[in-house]
Design a protein around this ligand. Structure first.
Ligand code: 7TS
Length: 419
């Protein structure tokens, strides 16, 4: 027994977040909305920005503002160094092997479109199939539908009543015709965490590449693209406490190298004549035109911020909020949770009997509580559950149990008004 206690190390308890200190980093949280303290529970739409990100943006525009990759002057050198340092931070954040595998884009939507318009157009023939799931955001549906106008077909793997992917059905759809699998790591409407490692293993065993939409995963859990072995991974900076208008596409170097460019223009070329243009090496081949330099630097600052706190600690805190929130909301009569997967991230979607989500959201707003109502850009998910919309509370590292109590009280108020 003595030996066992020595050899079997207990997992070290993660120290809890210092919530008051964390909240202090987010100046926007300290305001009143309709005379009530702001309770911001719309983090799946966008998260708030810590002071470190605001300061990085301010510093760029007040000290280093310049274009990149071209000037010989000092400001341009500093701007270029900061932009490329941000790329390296993204690489480390998702554990990619090389920083040239990181392409800066506007966000997840642009990342997926980039793959559809380059890899998709190059690789897919009429009759080929793209396999997605029934819980995708529109930005992981519509680019593939546009691509399918050239003759390919979109196939959709179904989900169960809890909002979980039916893996057996998914596997049956993985036929020889499928040339690309595209799945959300985490569903924005249901909170379901998909078994992406298993999905990737199943697909790779048949030689099919996989794109992972990580928009709702990157802010909430440690992402390791090499461990997942995904071929493409997309996420948005603004959901990871960074600025809007910046995001990243990870692609395996060999795939990116073989792909044609996306946007033609400055910086993505090696040489141009009217007879022939030679393209730049990756990732620059995909970054035509002046990019969102300040945005990339701000995203780098956001990554530094969450990395200092620790993604594991953030995930543990949000898991606590999800567990507590689910318990508290499940006790409210007439409230039905939409999305009850066993593996969930910090998203709680629900409907209230006889009350339209839009009305619920409007009354909650009067209480200072910011939630999202609607179809969450996932209309097929609403159709799957035969509902027009949900009210959605989604958590971030700065949310508290008290805010969930405020949400529950707000919901009781909504019910009171409609009683
Ligand atoms: N994929 C998922 C799973 C998302 O949740 C979103 C945005 C996107 C892609 C698109 O990201 P963008 O940054 O390019 O717009 N989701 C949401 C949402 O749930 N509420 O507002 C935006």
């Amino acid at each position: 027994m003595g030996i066992e206690t020595i050899t079997r190390a207990e997992p070290r308890e993660l120290a809890a977040l210092d919530l008051p200190r964390v909240r202090d980093d987010f100046p926007i949280l300290f305001q009143k909305v309709h005379g009530k303290p702001l309770v911001y529970l719309d983090n799946a739409a966008t998260s708030q920005k810590p002071r470190a990100v605001l300061e990085a943006l301010q510093h760029f525009y007040t000290a280093d503002c310049s274009n990149i990759h071209r000037g010989v002057h000092l400001l341009s050198e500093r701007a270029t160094a900061a932009y490329e340092a941000a790329r390296e931070k993204v690489r480390e954040f998702i554990n990619a092997g090389e920083s040239r595998e990181i392409v800066f884009v506007r966000g997840t939507t642009e990342a997926i479109n980039l793959v559809a318009y380059t890899f998709g157009r190059q690789q897919l023939q009429p009759g080929d199939e793209i396999l997605i799931t029934a819980m995708e955001h529109h930005s992981n549906i519509v680019p593939w539908q546009i691509l399918c106008e050239t003759g390919a077909k979109l196939r959709v793997a179904p989900i169960n009543d809890a909002g979980e992917l039916l893996l057996d059905d998914f596997e049956k759809l993985l036929t020889g015709r499928v040339k690309l699998v595209c799945v959300a790591h985490v569903s924005n409407a249901l909170g379901t965490v998909n078994p992406v490692r298993q999905i990737i293993r199943m697909s790779h065993s048949r030689g099919i590449p996989v794109l992972v939409d990580g928009a709702q995963a990157a802010p909430h859990m440690k992402v390791d693209v090499r461990d997942l072995d995904c071929d493409f991974y997309a996420f948005s900076g603004h959901k990871v406490y960074g600025p809007t208008g910046i995001g990243a596409l990870y692609g395996k170097a060999a795939l990116l190298e073989a792909m044609p460019p996306f946007h033609g223009g400055g910086d993505m070329i090696r040489s141009v004549t009217f007879e022939k243009t030679l393209y730049n090496s990756i990732p620059y081949k995909f970054e035509g035109g002046t990019p969102h330099i300040a945005g990339a630097i701000g995203l780098g600052a956001a990554i530094d911020y969450v990395s200092r706190i620790g993604m594991d600690r953030i995930a543990a805190h949000e898991h606590d909020l999800l567990t507590y929130g689910t318990q508290v909301l499940a006790r409210i009569s007439g409230l039905r949770l939409i999305g009850t997967a066993r593996q969930k991230a910090g998203v709680i979607s629900f409907i209230l009997e006889g009350i339209h989500p839009h009305d619920a959201g409007t009354i909650l707003d009067q209480e200072g509580i910011a939630v999202r109502t609607g179809h969450h850009c996932a209309q097929p998910v609403m159709e799957r559950f035969s509902i027009p919309a949900t009210t959605r509370a989604s958590f971030a590292l700065y949310n508290t149990r008290e805010e969930i109590d405020a949400l529950a009280a707000g919901i009781e108020k909504v019910k009171g008004i409609f009683a």
